[in-house]
Design a protein around this ligand. Structure first.
Ligand code: GDP
Ligand code: MG
Length: 202
């Protein structure tokens, strides 16, 4: 039987810049107060291999991200540094490896209805500059592609969050062993998900 939609899971990584800026609590509270359930949590210093493996779990990631980045340059009226998507992605990946191996990160698995979509929504878009007020990136970080490209570094956007359910299904086992994810119940789930509201009145 297919899992109930309330069991959807997504991967969130609190990146090194967020830990350095003491934003761990601020970030966790956003997902927690929405009603998602934390089912996995650990602090690690990733290796470059782990980071490259993470971004290339989808064999199309290099091409798609390269093409998207070329389009982003054009939309800003700029000439992309290369017309070859793979050359662009090689540079992005080199900088992502430097960024994510710079210090500890916190890996988390959050579970609940529409977990993937809702975590992306409250996290805000990849480029903090354009992330709406009220999202984590919109509220806590000033970075942009203009800034990161000028200094040949990754954009510092505090968080990684899975982009789709299929991405989450690949990313979670990349960072967590099966036994590190805990299946458990919290009582508020009765109020959020049960078909009938019961046992409230004496
Ligand atoms: P995410 O899922 O929000 O992390 O975004 P993507 O999967 O599309 O991209 C992965 C990473 O590639 C981002 O976190 C950025 O570091 C980088 N990236 C994506 N698009 C661009 C872009 O247009 N310009 C630059 N410089 N980097 C980009
Ligand atoms: Mg992505």
């Amino acid at each position: 039987m297919k899992d109930h939609p309330k069991k959807e899971r997504t991967l969130v990584i609190i990146k090194p810049d967020a830990i350095q800026r003491s934003l761990v609590g601020e970030i966790i509270v956003r997902y927690e107060r929405l009603g998602l359930k934390l089912v996995g949590l650990k602090m690690v210093v990733p290796t470059a291999e782990q980071v490259e493996g993470h971004y290339t779990l989808d064999p199309n990631w290099r091409r798609v991200t390269g093409e998207k980045t070329i389009k982003n340059y054009r939309d800003r009226g700029l000439t992309p540094p290369s017309e070859d998507p793979l050359e662009i992605t090689a540079k992005i990946l080199k900088n992502l490896k430097k960024y994510l191996t710079a210090g500890p990160v916190i890996c988390m698995v959050w579970e609940g209805a529409h977990a993937v979509e809702l975590v992306r929504k409250i996290t805000g878009g990849t480029e903090p500059r354009g992330a709406p007020v009220g999202t984590i990136r919109g509220d806590f970080v000033v970075d942009s592609y203009v800034m990161s490209d000028a200094d040949d570094r990754a954009v510092r956007n505090l968080i990684h969050a899975s982009g789709s359910v299929s991405e989450a299904d690949m990313e979670i086992p990349h960072w967590f062993k099966k036994a590190e994810i805990i299946d458990y119940k919290v009582t508020r789930e009765d109020i959020m998900y049960n078909k009938e509201l019961e046992n409230i009145l004496p």
